[in-house]
Design a protein around this ligand. Structure first.
Ligand code: GLN
Ligand code: ZN
Length: 764
C-alpha cells in the first residue's frame, strides 16, 4: 500500500505493526552458512549447493520468527558476507578492480576477500561491536546505480512463503559515513544527494511490488562520526519522505541515543522511527512532540547482549511511550546478529544462570510477550512477568555475583594507588637485571598455530588423549618455538601461546565469574565466528593461569622469556559482560585477577610480562562526550593489573589497529615500560603522535606486517627502523613484528624474523 499525503495533512495510512526485531543472525544455528561458504571458496561445493543452504537458512529463520508471533519480519538481513558490502553492491559501489570478475557472487567475494590479483577491501569494526564490516571505497568516478537483485530476490522468496515482510537496507547517511574516499575523492558524505536519488529509485521499485514497510538503518545518527547528523537526517528523510511512490519508511537507529537527530527525523514525513532504549533513556524520546503522529519502534529488548529482559520495567517504558507516539511497536534494540541463536543449544548451563539469559530466539519471545502486554494489559502477560521477576531476584541473590573479598581487595589497592615507581628508576633497574642490547628484538606472543596444535586440542576434546598427554604435546611445541627463536637470535623470547585457542577465552575458562558457551557462536566477519564467554559474576582467579607454561619455556633458555597475558579491557570487549554494574567495576575485577597473575609470574622468576590490550580502541564510546570517562577507567584497569610488580620487572603492552589517534594520550597514560604497536602499514607516523602526547617510555613500532604472507626484506625493515630513530632515541626503541604470528606459516615467520634480526644488527 502506498502513502498519499498533502503537505498539510500527514496521515499514516500504512498498517502499523506491533512486534518485530531489527534483524537476526544468519550464519545458521550450527554455522551452516560458514561451512557452505568456505566449501564454496575451496571449490568443493558448487553454487547450487551454496544457494540452497542459504535459502534454507532464510526460510527457517522467517518461519521461526512468524511462528513466534512477530507481525513484521525483517528480510534482506541475510548476507553471504556482510551487510555493508551488500549495500555497496546494491548501489553499484563495488571497486572497479573487481569489475572483471564476471560472475556476480564471485565479484562480491573478490571485493570481500581479494584473490591472487585483487586486493580486498578493508575491514573494520561495526560501531562499538565486535562485528567487522567491509569498508566501501568511493572514488571520484564512482557512479551510483541501483542493483536491486538481492533485495528483490529475498523479498519474493519471503512473500512466496507468506511472510509479513519488511525489507531492510542500510541507509545512505550511514553507508557514506562508513565508506572511505580513495584516489583523492572528496569526503564520501558529500555524495549524499546523489545516493539519495538511488534510494528513491529503490523505494519506487518496492512500492510497485506492493511492499508496505521498508526499514532503513541509520545507526550512524547516534554517533559523532558526522558533524551535522541531525541536519543530514532531516534533509535526506524529508526528500525520501516526500516521494509519493514509496512504502512506509521505518528509519531504524541503534547503539546509542539520537539526541537532536530524533526531533529532526520526527519532523520529516517518515512513518516510523526506531530507537534504542537499552543504550538510551526513555525521557529523551518521550519529550519529542513531533513523534505524535509516528509509529515508534521501541527497542527495549537488548539485541547485543545476552541478558534476559526485565519485562516489568520494559513494559513500564513502553506504557510511558504510548502517550508520545501514535503507535508503539516492541522491538529489539538492534539486530540480534550480535548474539547466539538460542539457549537450547547450551545443555551444560546451570539452571540459575540459564534463567538469567536470553539469546536470539528467546529475545523474540520477549518482544512478543511485551507486545501482548502493551496491547492487552499487564495481566495478559502475568506469567511471563512473574518468571522474569523470579529470574532477576535469583540473579541478585546469587552468591557468585558478590564476592566481598574481591571488592575489598580492589578498594584497598586503589586506595593505596596504582602508580609504579618513576620510569627512569624502572628503566635502570630493568636494564641492570636484563642487560639487553640496544634495539632489542622480540615478537608479540603467538607463533603459528600448527596442525599438530589443532589436532592435540581436538583429540583432547574428543577424549582421545588425556590432560597429561595434551600437556606433553604443548610442551613439545613450546620447546620447538624456543629453539627456533634462539636459533634466529631474538633477544626476548616468548613461549608461542600454543595452549590458547583464543586470547580471551583461554583466561575466561580459568576465571571464576565466567561461563564459556558450547555453541554460542556469533559472526565476527565473513565466515569467521567467535564464541564470546559470558562474564556474569564477580571475577576471581582460583589459581595461576599461565605460570606453568611460561616457567617451562624459561627453563629451556638463558634468554628472558616474556610472560603473556590479556588485559582487562580486551577481556571485556570480547565477552558478553554483566549489565548490573558499571563496566569500570567489572574491569577492575578482571584487572585484579591479571595483577595476581603478574605477581605470580614475577615470583616464579619471570622478568618481563606483556599485558595485551589490542581492544583498547574498540570500546571507545560513539559519542565524544563519553570518551574521557571510558579512557579513564580503561587506563585505571590496566594500571591496576600491572602495578603489583617491582621496578625491575618490565611490563610490556601491545596494541593493534593503525588508527591510534583518539587513544594516543591513553596509551601514554598506561605507563607500560615497553609498548609494541601495529605500525608497519602506517609508516611510523604514530611515533610523532606519541611524542606529542608526552610518551617517554620504550616503544616497538611493528616493522613487519604480519597480515600478509610476504617476507619483508632486511633493507625495508632497516629503513623503517632508521625512520623510527628520527622520532625515538635508540635506548627507547624495540624491534618487533606488528602483531602475533599465529595466522602465519612457520616458513614465512622464520624467514621474516631472520631478516628482522639482521635489520636490527645492521642499524645497531
Ligand atoms: N599476544 C597476542 C598474540 O601474539 C596478541 C594478539 C593481538 O594483538 N590481537 O597473538
Ligand atoms: Zn596485535
Amino acid at each position: 500500500m502506498n502513502i498519499r499525503r498533502t503537505d498539510e495533512d500527514v496521515v499514516m495510512t500504512a498498517t502499523p505493526f506491533y512486534a518485530t526485531i531489527l534483524g537476526s543472525p544468519r550464519i545458521g544455528p550450527n554455522r551452516e552458512l560458514k561451512r557452505a561458504v568456505e566449501k564454496y571458496w575451496a571449490g568443493t561445493v558448487g553454487r547450487d549447493e551454496l544457494e540452497s543452504v542459504a535459502a534454507e537458512l532464510r526460510r527457517d529463520t522467517w518461519e521461526a520468527l512468524v511462528a513466534a508471533g512477530l507481525d513484521s519480519v525483517p528480510v534482506n538481513t541475510f548476507s553471504y558476507y556482510d551487510q555493508v558490502l551488500d549495500t555497496a553492491a546494491m548501489v553499484g559501489a563495488l571497486p572497479p578492480r573487481v569489475a572483471d570478475v564476471s560472475d556476480e557472487l564471485d565479484r562480491y567475494f573478490a571485493a570481500a576477500r581479494g584473490n591472487d590479483d585483487i586486493a580486498p577491501l578493508e575491514m573494520t569494526k561495526w560501531f562499538d561491536t565486535n562485528y567487522h564490516y567491509i569498508v566501501p571505497e568511493l572514488a571520484p568516478d564512482t557512479h551510483f546505480a541501483l542493483n536491486p537483485a538481492k533485495i528483490l530476490g529475498e523479498l519474493e522468496e519471503a512473500r512466496a512463503q507468506g511472510i509479513p515482510t519488511r525489507p531492510v537496507v542500510i541507509g545512505p547517511i550511514t553507508f557514506l559515513a562508513l565508506s572511505k574516499a580513495v584516489h583523492s575523492a572528496g569526503p564520501p558524505i558529500d555524495r549524499l544527494a546523489d545516493l539519495t536519488v538511488v534510494y528513491g529509485e529503490l523505494l519506487a521499485l518496492l512500492a510497485e511490488r506492493g511492499v508496505e514497510w521498508v526499514q532503513i538503518d541509520e545507526p550512524v545518527l547516534v554517533t559523532d562520526f558526522v558533524d551535522t547528523a541531525a541536519e543530514l537526517a532531516e534533509r535526506t528523510y524529508a526528500q525520501l519522505g516526500r516521494l509519493t511512490n514509496r512504502p512506509a519508511i521505518l528509519v531504524a537507529t541503534y547503539f546509542g541515543e539520537l539526541s537532536d537527530a530524533l526531533p529532526a527525523l520526527a519532523r520529516t514525513p517518515v512513518e516510523a522511527i526506531g530507537v534504542d532504549l537499552v543504550a538510551g533513556g526513555v525521557s529523551a524520546v518521550a519529550a519529542v512532540p513531533e513523534l505524535a503522529d509516528k509509529l515508534l519502534v521501541a527497542g527495549v529488548v537488548d539485541g547485543r547482549n545476552i541478558w534476559r529482559t526485565d519485562l516489568e520495567s520494559a513494559l513500564g517504558t513502553l506504557t510511558t511511550l504510548r502517550g508520545s507516539a501514535r503507535h508503539v511497536a516492541v522491538s529489539t534494540s538492534c539486530s540480534t546478529l550480535h548474539v547466539p541463536y538460542t539457549l537450547d543449544a547450551e545443555p551444560s548451563i546451570d539452571s540459575a544462570l540459564r534463567s538469567w539469559l536470553a539469546f536470539g530466539f528467546e529475545k523474540v519471545t520477549e518482544v512478543v510477550a511485551l507486545a501482548r502486554g502493551l496491547k492487552s494489559g499487564r495481566e495478559a502477560i502475568d506469567g511471563e512477568i512473574a518468571a522474569s521477576n523470579a529470574a532477576i531476584a535469583s540473579r541478585r541473590a546469587d552468591p557468585r555475583l558478590n564476592n566481598d573479598d574481591v571488592r575489598e581487595r580492589i578498594s584497598a589497592i586503589t586506595a593505596s594507588g596504582t602508580e609504579r615507581g618513576p620510569a627512569d628508576r624502572r628503566r635502570a633497574a630493568q636494564q641492570a637485571r636484563l642487560n639487553l642490547p640496544v634495539l632489542p628484538t622480540t615478537t608479540i606472543g603467538s607463533y603459528p598455530q600448527t596442525s599438530a596444535i589443532r589436532l592435540a586440542r581436538a583429540d583432547l576434546r574428543a577424549g582421545k588423549i588425556d590432560a597429561a598427554e595434551y600437556k606433553r604435546r604443548m610442551q613439545a611445541e613450546i620447546a620447538a618455538v624456543i629453539r627456533l627463536q634462539e636459533e634466529i637470535g631474538l633477544d626476548v623470547l616468548v613461549h608461542g601461546e600454543p595452549e590458547r585457542n583464543d586470547m580471551v577465552q583461554y583466561f575466561a575458562e580459568q576465571l571464576d565469574g565466567f561461563f564459556a558457551t558450547q555453541n554460542g557462536w556469533v559472526q565476527s566477519y565473513g565466515s569467521r565466528c567467535v564464541r564470546p564467554p559470558i562474564l556474569y559474576g564477580d571475577v576471581s582467579r582460583p589459581e595461576p593461569m599461565t605460570v606453568e607454561w611460561i616457567t617451562y619455556a624459561q627453563s629451556l633458555t638463558d634468554k628472558p622469556v616474556k610472560g603473556m597475558l590479556t588485559g582487562p579491557v580486551t577481556i571485556l570487549a570480547w565477552s558478553f559482560v554483566r549489565d548490573d554494574q558499571p563496566l569500570a567495576q567489572t574491569a577492575a575485577q578482571v584487572a585484579l585477577a591479571i595483577r595476581e597473575e603478574t605477581i605470580d609470574l614475577q615470583k616464579a622468576g619471570i622478568a618481563i610480562i606483556q599485558v595485551d590490550e589490542p581492544a583498547l580502541r574498540e570500546l571507545l564510546p560513539l559519542r565524544s562526550k563519553d570518551k574521557d570517562a571510558y579512557l579513564r577507567w580503561a587506563v585505571d584497569a590496566f594500571r591496576l593489573s600491572t602495578s603489583g610488580v617491582d621496578d625491575s620487572t618490565q611490563i610490556h603492552t601491545h596494541l593493534c589497529y593503525s588508527e591510534f589517534g583518539e587513544v594516543i594520550g591513553a596509551i601514554a597514560d598506561l605507563d607500560a615500560d615497553v609498548t609494541s604497536l601495529e605500525a608497519a602499514r602506517s609508516h611510523m607516523e604514530v611515533l610523532g603522535d606519541l611524542n606529542a602526547a608526552g610518551f617517554a617510555n620504550s616503544v616497538g613500532p611493528g616493522v613487519y606486517d604480519i597480515h600478509s604472507p610476504r617476507v619483508p626484506a632486511v633493507g625495508e625493515m632497516a629503513s623503517s627502523l632508521r625512520e623510527a630513530l628520527n622520532s625515538v632515541p635508540a635506548e627507547r626503541l624495540w624491534v618487533n613484528p606488528d602483531c602475533g604470528l599465529k595466522t602465519r606459516r612457520t616458513d614465512e615467520v622464520t624467514a621474516s624474523l631472520r631478516n628482522l634480526v639482521a635489520a636490527a644488527n645492521e642499524v645497531r
